[in-house]
Design a protein around this ligand. Structure first.
Ligand SMILES: *Cc1c(COP(=O)(O)O)cnc(C)c1O
Length: 425
C-alpha cells in the first residue's frame, strides 16, 4: 500500500486539491494530510501505519467510535436484503418513530442524504410556508453549502449579505440577512425593518463550526419570541448538536421549541443521512402533500437507515451521555489545569462530548472573537498533538468530539498529550 505522501500526490492530480471536502486538505494548519486506511473504536490507522487517537470522529458522526460492532451488524443484516428499493421501506418508518420520540419539537420528519440537503430544504420550506423571501443567518454559523446559506457577513449591525463563495449570485445573497451571533438587538432591528418579508431564522443553537460558542442567557428564548411575534419560522440546525449534546439536542437541553430542526451526522451511524422535521402544519407543505418540492433517489436508503437506527438505539438505551460528559470534563480539567500552570491565555468551552480550545483570554461569543484567537499557537499545538499520536481537527474553527469508544482506549493518553503539547508552546 502507498503511504500518505504518495497517495496525496496522486490524488492532487485527479481531485481538486486532492480531497473531496476542503478542510481535509490541512490548508489552515499546513502540512500534508494523512490518509486513513482503517478505523476502529477511537483509533485511526493511517496509510503510514501510525495509530492516532481521533478527536474528529468523522467531523461529528462517530459518537460510538469507529466500526462499532452493533452498527456493523445492523448494516450487514440490511445488506442481505438489498441495497436500495426505490419504494418505501420498513426502516424509514422506524427511523421516523425514533426521531420523533427523541427530538422534542419534531412531529413529522423527512429523510435526506446530507446535512446540506436538510438545511436547503428547511429554507425552501420556510419560504414556501410563509410566502416570504428573506432569511436571517448568523456570522460563523455553517449550514452546509447551499447557495443562500454560504454567506458570512460584512460589518455593521445589519448587513445584507455578500457572497462568501464565488458562484453565488448577489441576487441570491441579497435575500440572506447576516447578523452577529449573541446580539439580540441586531435581530429585533432586522425584524423591525424587514419583518414582513422574513421567512425564517436559521442558526446552530451552539455554533460548533467556529470552535464552540454558547448562547448568552436568554438569547435563544429571545429569538424564539421574535419568531413567534413576526410569524417567522425558527430553524435549529442541529446537524452537529443533534444527538450529541443530549438525545434531544440543544433544544432539549435549553428547553426551546424550534419550528423546524435539521439533523445529520450522528443520525446516519457513519453512512450519509440527513433529516428535517418539525411541526406537522409546516412539514405538510412538502411534496406530495404540499407545494414545496423536495425529493431524493436514495433518500431513506435501507443500509443508511439500518446504520442510523442502530446508532440512535445505542444512544437511547445506554448511559452514553453520562460517560461522554465524564470524559469531556476530564479533558477540560486536564487542559484548564495546564493553562493555569503555564499562564497560556486560552480557554476550553465544553459541553458533554464537544469541546474546543481557543487561544485567547477573551470569552468567545461570536465569529469576530473566534477570528481574533491565536492561529499560530493553534497550528503549533495541532502539529505537536499529531506528532504524538492525537488527531484533533486541523483548523482552529472546528469543534472536537469524544466518542464512547474513547473510554476503552485513548482518553487518558490524549489528556497527557494535550498537556505536554501545551507545555511545549
Ligand atoms: C456538517 C454540518 C452541515 C452540513 O452537513 P453535510 O452532511 O456536511 O452536508 C450543516 N449544518 C451543520 C451545523 C453542520 O455541522
Amino acid at each position: 500500500m502507498q503511504n500518505s505522501t504518495d497517495l496525496f500526490e496522486r490524488a492532487q492530480r485527479l481531485i481538486p486539491g486532492g480531497v473531496n471536502s476542503p478542510v481535509r486538505a490541512f490548508r489552515s494548519v499546513g502540512g500534508t494530510p494523512f490518509f486513513t486506511k482503517s478505523a476502529q473504536g477511537a483509533i485511526l490507522t493511517t496509510a503510514d501505519d501510525q495509530e492516532l487517537v481521533d478527536f474528529v470522529c468523522t467531523w461529528g458522526p462517530a459518537i460510538h467510535g469507529h466500526n462499532h460492532p452493533v452498527i456493523r451488524e445492523a448494516i450487514g443484516k440490511a445488506l442481505e436484503k438489498g441495497t436500495s428499493f426505490g419504494t418505501p421501506n420498513p426502516y424509514e418508518v422506524e427511523m421516523a418513530e425514533l426521531i420523533i420520540d427523541l427530538v422534542p419539537s419534531i412531529e413529522k420528519t423527512r429523510m435526506v442524504n446530507s446535512g446540506t440537503e436538510a438545511t436547503m430544504t428547511a429554507i425552501r420550506l420556510a419560504r414556501g410556508y410563509t410566502g416570504r423571501n428573506k432569511i436571517i443567518k448568523f456570522e460563523g454559523c455553517y449550514h452546509g453549502h447551499a447557495d443562500s446559506l454560504l454567506i458570512k457577513a460584512g460589518s455593521g449591525a445589519l448587513t445584507l449579505g455578500n457572497p462568501d463563495s464565488a458562484g453565488v449570485p448577489e441576487s441570491f445573497a441579497a435575500e440572506t440577512i447576516v447578523l452577529p451571533f449573541n446580539d439580540l438587538s441586531a435581530v429585533s432591528n432586522a425584524f423591525e425593518t424587514y419583518g414582513d418579508d422574513i421567512a425564517g431564522i436559521i442558526l446552530e443553537p451552539y455554533p460548533a463550526n467556529v470552535g464552540l460558542i454558547f448562547p448568552r442567557d436568554g438569547y435563544l428564548q429571545g429569538l424564539r419570541d421574535l419568531c413567534s411575534k413576526y410569524e417567522s419560522v425558527m430553524i435549529f440546525d442541529e446537524v452537529m448538536t443533534g444527538f450529541r449534546v443530549s438525545a434531544g439536542g440543544v433544544q432539549e437541553k435549553e428547553n426551546i421549541t424550534p419550528d423546524l430542526t435539521t439533523l445529520g451526522k450522528i443520525i446516519g451511524g457513519g453512512l450519509p443521512v440527513g433529516a428535517l422535521g418539525g411541526k406537522s402544519e409546516i412539514m405538510d407543505h412538502l411534496a406530495p402533500m404540499g407545494p414545496v418540492y423536495q425529493a431524493g433517489t436514495l433518500s431513506g436508503n435501507p443500509l443508511a437507515m439500518a446504520a442510523g437506527i442502530a446508532a440512535l438505539r445505542l444512544l437511547k438505551e445506554g448511559d452514553c451521555y453520562d460517560r461522554l460528559e465524564q470524559m469531556g470534563a476530564q479533558v477540560r480539567n486536564a487542559i484548564s489545569t495546564t493553562l493555569q500552570e503555564t499562564g497560556i491565555p486560552a480557554q476550553i468551552p465544553q459541553t458533554g462530548s464537544m469541546f474546543c480550545l481557543y487561544f485567547t483570554d477573551k470569552t468567545v461569543e461570536n465569529l469576530d472573537d473566534a477570528t481574533q484567537t491565536d492561529t499560530e499557537r493553534f497550528n503549533k499545538y495541532f502539529h505537536t498533538c499529531l506528532e504524538n499520536g492525537v488527531y484533533i481537527p486541523p483548523s482552529k474553527y472546528e469543534g472536537n468530539f469524544i466518542s464512547t469508544a474513547h473510554q476503552q482506549g485513548g482518553i487518558d493518553q490524549a489528556c497527557d498529550v494535550f498537556t505536554q503539547a501545551l507545555r511545549s508552546l
